[in-house]
Write a protein that binds this ligand. Structure first.
Ligand code: ASP
Length: 331
């Protein structure tokens, strides 16, 4: 790959290092800001939850041609939203208990701008609607019918999001109407994506059809800024997949970014994030959570409750599906 000017910040030292002030802890609010370890000049990189290699390939294509991290994460996750064989995201996602596909998504840029849609129906690309909310309205979250009306006003087309396969599965499910959150089984596999572009700027996106056969009206963590996704361009970003209720309870992604701000690596921060959840759920084994994080240096890490969660990483070093260590060793 052609080497670019990766960091444009004029405060770079000759060694290519940059110091970033971080907030002192609450106790020390009046003290001078601490300094996190210097930032190495970063290169473009895209990561996403699970083995969604087509999504990271798309994001990489955008980054490699000089595109922004924001365009990379949007276009990357759109691949999964459009893939009808992916039954946990976008068109082809499994419906709620009433048979309606309802989508949640959010996006966040380097300046802390964010947009989100919750309980959105009949639109195949909720991430792009979320971006429009961010860029075209003074708001952050639009929900349900309002979000759908806004999407039509922005030129999005109405589509039937149920497929023959998900319609059939739903008819089967109706026979027992049993709701269970099966570990690692694809009834809940959100795509959360984080990217760093050639300028060293970070953005993130997260999109899902949520838990299959959820109660109508249920919204998970994925469109909640701070829970399913959080980006701070000084520090890094984090995203989550799994049982959203547990991620919301600890504001998981925000927590992980704040832990990185205090000096933890992405790996350490994800581990602490999962352990915080497990502390609130002592002995409970019936759910999966996976966290993925990246820091300003482009280092990545992930951790989960049960074995099985992986993340995709695409950089000039290659395109890999990374295994992630887990809180429990066996499900
Ligand atoms: N976090 C998503 C939700 O709770 C589902 C998932 O990632 O598996 O809606």
């Amino acid at each position: 790959m052609q080497r670019r000017k990766f960091l444009k910040n004029s405060s770079l030292t000759t060694a290519g290092l940059l110091s970033v002030p971080v907030l002192a802890s609450c106790k020390d609010e009046n003290k001078a800001p601490e300094t996190v370890p210097p930032i190495q000049a970063v290169k473009p990189i895209a990561v996403c939850t699970w083995n969604f290699g087509n999504a990271t390939a798309k994001a990489w294509e955008v980054l490699n041609s000089g595109g922004s991290a924001l365009d990379a994460v949007e276009q990357g996750v759109m691949i999964e939203e459009a893939d009808v064989t992916n039954e946990t995201v976008g068109k082809g996602g499994r419906p709620d208990r009433d048979g309606n596909v309802t989508l949640d998504a959010c996006i966040m840029d380097k300046d802390g701008n964010c947009g989100s849609v919750v309980y959105l129906q009949n639109i195949a690309h909720p991430i792009s609607v979320a971006r429009k909310v961010m860029e075209e309205t003074p708001h952050i979250i639009l929900a349900g019918k309002g979000a759908e009306k806004f999407a039509y006003e922005q030129g999005f087309q109405k589509e039937d999001l149920l497929t023959e396969s998900t319609r059939k599965q739903y008819q089967e499910w109706l026979k027992t109407s049993k709701y269970e959150t099966t570990i690692n089984i694809e009834n809940h596999d959100t795509i959360g994506m984080l990217a760093i572009d050639a300028n060293g700027d970070i953005a993130g996106a997260c999109t899902t059809s949520g838990m299959a056969y959820k109660v109508a009206g249920r919204v998970g963590d994925s469109p909640i800024i701070g829970a399913g996704l959080y980006v701070d361009n000084e520090v890094g970003g984090a995203t989550a997949t799994g049982v959203g209720e547990e991620v919301i309870r600890t504001v998981g992604s925000f927590l992980i970014v704040e832990l990185m701000r205090q000096g933890m690596s992405p790996q350490e921060a994800c581990e602490v994030g999962v352990k915080r959840i497990m502390k609130k759920n002592e002995g409970r084994k019936d759910f999966q959570i996976g966290f993925l994080a990246i820091n300003k240096n482009g280092e990545t890490g992930g951790y989960c409750v049960h074995p099985g969660f992986t993340y995709r990483e695409y950089s000039e070093n290659g395109h890999e599906n990374r295994q992630v260590s887990s809180f429990y060793q066996k499900s």
